[in-house]
Design a protein around this ligand. Structure first.
Ligand code: SRM
Ligand code: SF4
Length: 568
């Protein structure tokens, strides 16, 4: 049976009946008898960048007391290319204190997240975000999400050009429904006063989420191959001449469900700058029309490609766009990590990349990062850039302001935040508990401690400064892109993780399952001999992931569909 003949998934009906994403959201917000909204509206609010959650730490206590779950909302703010102004930073900082849990979460896709916003504060929060010209529409949902672009402090001139492309793609693919403004901004139609229609998406939007990213080689700090659509900037003689397009990346899978698997994007062809929007739109509409709307676990572009083939897909995109794609041009990626510290920019400016553990900007006893960044934002005349590794670049710092900024950094000890072992600086964890409803195990709250133990192992092995990419998630959905970690840990159940090894340091090879259901207390003892062997037997310049393949700890994943689940 073809995808179109199969019974549509429940979400398809919800979208169809939602009147362009309105549903009964307004009525739900007005209902003060509960902190929740209806199940159908929880699906629709995602398109508005809003997730209903509850505090899982107190779930059973509240159940015992016969109380409603402790509902609150997570709000995700789109930041195309991850770049925001100091004014916007200050507004996000204030919002986190006024309505959320006093922290700012910098996500793996260069967005801000707020946790713990109660229903009665939702509208105020969305208004505060829009007041500084940021928004939350399409931060989640079955649409194109935040368009990413590497922050690239080393290549500031090209960065500006490429960032513009990211912003144009973002604008072009933003849903056009006026529901967002009607619901959250009291009917103000700041974008358009035309009646609703979605020229690109139609009434039922896409079968599933869609993610776009741009990378400027040699940096792959955005993990280009993990996204549905990737644009690799091709620079010749210092000029941007176009992009290699990749399609079909995605991380999510389900434990024990062999029909699901992470997959890396593959090269589709070369596209000139003037054709980018048209070709991107054709890719989106091809997925709109051929993606599987019957099974949400098989609905991402990666499955459309594996089912129909890359050549078929290219033909469809070329015929829709009327543009013949060129042959992909040569490029080289070197790494997926961020480069910390100071880098000189253009026009006498400089950029500083800071390590933000798991992207959580907060004040705690050891480090008052949130206060320090607020003080910096008050005087900074450049920008802030959220990285795809959950870190932060204070960008385009003028020569004028640099001494003052350095003073604040020193006062709050932020100038030492990247003075840590390589394994910590290359770590990422997803949010997981207590807010994520899908978490099977801890992640953000556990990884820093685990790394503390691993730091002792790497330091004793003489590898303190070596970069080893380690990533953890609380479930197999892959939000911290764990299948691209040289060490990947994926939650199975409370206190247990699957351990994956062997990803490429440049982000071009997935890792593979090494050991299942490893208990928290055993992770270090499983990794210790491998790390010690790496210290003794690695070849000159060999990365940890490559070493684990060469030494046959795991087999390389070449074709996801066949290799991912195959035995080692
Ligand atoms: Fe994610 C769902 C957090 C990046 C794959 N993700 C979720 C939800 C919304 C849980 C839910 O649906 O109820 C999580 C909210 C947790 C919380 O309490 O905040 C969540 N995802 C995150 C973030 C915040 C992780 C982080 O610590 O930074 C990232 C936000 C990115 C953003 O700003 O938009 C985040 N999620 C990713 C990535 C990484 C990426 O895109 O580069 C992936 C893997 C790539 C991909 O899409 O394949 C990812 N998230 C998923 C999936 C699995 C999708 C799939 O195709 O199987 C889900 C579950 C789903 O969609 O059903 C999910
Ligand atoms: Fe939640 Fe799983 Fe994503 Fe982690 S990987 S944030 S546990 S959905």
């Amino acid at each position: 049976m073809s995808a179109t003949e199969k019974k549509l998934s429940k979400n398809e009906g919800l979208k169809e009946d939602s009147n362009f994403l309105r549903g009964t959201i307004l009525e739900g917000l007005a209902d003060t008898s509960t902190g929740a909204i209806s199940e159908a509206d929880t699906q629709l609010t995602k398109f508005h960048g809003i997730y209903m959650q509850d505090d899982r730490d107190v779930r059973s206590e509240r159940r015992n007391k016969k109380l409603e779950r402790a509902y609150s909302f997570m709000v995700r703010v789109r930041v195309p290319g991850g770049v925001c102004t100091p004014t916007q930073w200050l507004a996000m900082d204030k919002l986190s204190d006024d309505y959320a849990n006093h922290t700012l979460k910098l996500t793996t896709r260069q967005a801000f997240q707020f946790h713990g916003i109660i229903k009665s504060n939702l509208k105020r929060s969305i208004r505060a975000i829009n007041d500084v010209l940021l928004d939350t529409i399409a931060a989640c949902g079955d649409v194109n999400r935040n368009v990413m672009c590497n922050p690239n402090p080393e290549q500031s001139e090209v960065h500006a050009e490429v960032l513009k492309v990211a912003q144009e793609l973002s604008d072009h693919l933003t849903p056009k429904t006026s529901a967002y403004h009607e619901i959250w901004l009291d009917g103000e139609k700041t974008i358009s006063s035309e009646p609703d229609e979605e020229p690109i998406y139609g009434k039922t939007y896409l079968p599933r989420k869609f993610k776009i990213v741009i990378a400027v080689p040699p940096s792959n700090d955005v993990d280009l191959f993990a996204h549905d659509l990737g644009l690799i900037a091709i620079i010749e003689d210092g000029k941007l001449v176009g992009f290699n397009f990749t399609v079909g990346g995605g991380m999510g899978m389900t434990h024990n469900n062999k029909a699901t698997y992470p997959r890396l994007g593959e090269l589709l062809g070369f596209v000139k700058p003037e054709d980018v929007l048209k070709v991107a739109e054709s890719i989106v509409t091809t997925q709109r029309d051929f993606g599987d709307r019957s099974d949400r676990k098989h609905a991402r572009l990666k499955y459309t490609l594996d089912d129909r083939g890359l050549d078929w897909f290219r033909g469809e995109v070329e015929s829709r766009s009327g543009i013949k794609l060129g042959e992909a041009r040569p490029y080289t990626f070197e790494r997926t990590g961020d480069r910390y510290g100071w880098v000189e920019g253009i026009n006498g400016t400089s950029n500083l990349t800071l390590f933000v553990q798991n992207g959580r900007v907060r004040d705690d006893r050891e480090l008052k990062m949130k206060t320090a960044l607020r003080e910096i934002a008050k005087i900074h005349d450049g920008d802030f850039r959220l990285t795809a590794n959950q870190n932060l670049v204070i960008g385009a710092i003028s020569a004028d302001k640099r001494p003052q900024i350095e003073k604040i950094l020193a006062e709050y000890k932020l100038d030492k935040c990247f003075d840590r072992p390589g394994i910590r600086l290359n770590s990422m964890a997803c949010v997981a508990l207590p807010t994520c409803g899908l978490a099977l195990a801890e992640s953000e709250r556990y990884l820093p401690d685990l790394i503390g133990e691993l730091e002792t192992v790497v330091e004793e092995a003489g590898l303190g400064q070596d970069e080893i990419v380690i990533r953890m998630t609380g479930c197999p959905n892959g939000c911290a892109r764990p299948y691209l970690g040289e060490i990947g840990l994926v939650g199975r159940s409370p206190g247990k993780y699957n351990l994956y090894l062997g990803a490429g340091f440049d982000g071009s090879r997935l890792n593979k399952l090494y050991k299942e259901n490893v208990k928290e207390g055993e992770i270090v003892s499983v990794l210790k001999p491998i790390i010690e062997s790496y210290a003794k037997h690695r070849e000159e310049g060999e990365h940890f992931g490559d070493f684990t393949i060469r030494q046959d700890y795991v087999k390389p994943v070449k074709v996801s569909k066949t290799d991912w689940w195959a035995a080692n």
